[in-house]
Write a protein that binds this ligand. Sequence first.
Ligand SMILES: Cc1ncc(COP(=O)(O)O)c(C=O)c1O
Length: 369
Amino acid sequence: MPVERIPLSEPWLTHAEQSAVAETIASGWLSTAAPMVDEFETAFVKQLGFNASVSTNCGTSAIWMALAASGIQTGDEVIVPALSFVATVNPVRYVGATPVFADVHEETFGLCPETVEPLITPKTKAIIATHLYGFACDVVGLRALADAHNLILIEDAAEALGTKVNGKPVGSFGRFGAFSFNGNKTLTTGSGGMLVGQNADEMATIKRLATQAKIFTNGELDHFDVGYNTRMSAIPASLGLVQLARFPELLAKRIAIATTYEQAFESWFRGCPPPQNGMIQVPSYWLSTLRLPHPEKRLALLAQLGEAGIEARPIFKPLPLTQAYATTNQSNSVPVAEKLWREHINLPSSGTLTEEQQIKVIDTIKQNW
Ligand SMILES: Cc1ncc(COP(=O)(O)O)c(C=O)c1O
């Protein structure tokens, strides 16, 4: 008998998503110009409390569009977290700018003013702050710091749809917020993303920039800039509309999974971080995260879980340690990011996770940690 696989994070789809996609296919209108793409952008903003949005073909493109639209280019520096998924930093290189890695806070797993401020130079143009695994970083402190130095704050909220800070959604604190709807995210469109922003005119320009900067002048097709082709298309948008309507259910399940893990693992589980600078947060627990009592057994434990069909994984390797960024000119060390990396793993957190499966995960970990 093959061992039952318990995935780290798989989509939770119902008949409603299947019907919506089938209807879109039947309509024959599949491009980025189809009406449900606009509909998804409008519904997202309205339901979740943002000002304006542009949907994208993935979360990486959302960050890329924010940087490109801000005019960030060669010679500029962008401060990024040392602990994040690589997609936070790659777009900095796409626009020719230089990423500068800052260490993270031990409680929030994200940037904080104390680690960012010493790295600001006359070349710094922006800060990209990730809300890792659904925990909010100190976005209130970072916003104040960005304003004081006239920097653009971009929130990489790819993993944090549903996380709130002082009652407001993350993604709404910076000039821009980027979300991902990758297949492993709480709300999925297969691949997809959303850029949200404060200024409706600026977002309207980004929407055009993301569709080849296309305009019509005197009835003739023209292009007002060197544009991109990064907007979402119809099938993901129709899937997204259904997932958005189901979002309260999708989010509640991730939080329920985290609560069960917290009861089982007590203080080894990474629950809600304590308030930073008066910032009260409600995390969305995209991936539940466990601190290990014996970090030296981390890789052995992951192998044992793998043999039992349980897909857990190490948390992200600090970016300055990856092959892609090891050569980035970087003199500051990132000890907190390295410590968190060596001590933590992510646990199966899919919306489809059953009670029996979660008990198996908990028991297998407790037998081997
Ligand atoms: C922190 C972070 N930033 C950016 C991305 C990029 O999103 P996507 O995979 O949709 O391009 C992801 C997710 O995959 C992510 O986890």
